[in-house]
Design a binder for this molecule. Structure first.
Ligand SMILES: [Zn+2]
Length: 102
């Protein structure tokens, strides 16, 4: 049997007795540059030609680059933390209170 623990408070979630909540977060750059795409693609082709000799190096580094661009995060939450999380999903309130409510 799989035991889950809450990613916020660390408590073990008793799935027979309480609900486990899953939070999935996707972070990626918005595709807001449609008008420039043609130009950008041409530029990319130029760069690809220019960088042919560096292909190996690029491949090695590409994983890190992709991680920066697109990220999915998944968290398990206990019912109490779920309640707190949906009230302040990006922790904006606690972030603000830390800096502005001295
Ligand atoms: Zn919790």
């Amino acid at each position: 049997m799989i035991h889950y623990s809450c990613d916020m408070c660390g408590k073990v979630i008793q799935t027979e007795e309480e609900l486990r909540y899953v939070v999935k977060i996707e972070v990626y750059p918005a595709d807001d540059v449609e008008e420039e795409n043609e130009e950008f693609d041409a530029l990319k082709d130029d760069l690809a030609e220019f960088n042919l000799e560096d292909d190996k190096e690029q491949e090695e580094g590409s994983d890190d680059g992709d991680d920066m661009e697109y990220k999915t995060l998944r968290f398990d939450l206990c019912p109490e933390c779920h309640k707190a999380y949906v009230r302040d999903p990006l922790f904006v309130k606690s972030y603000r209170s830390r800096f502005f409510d001295n």
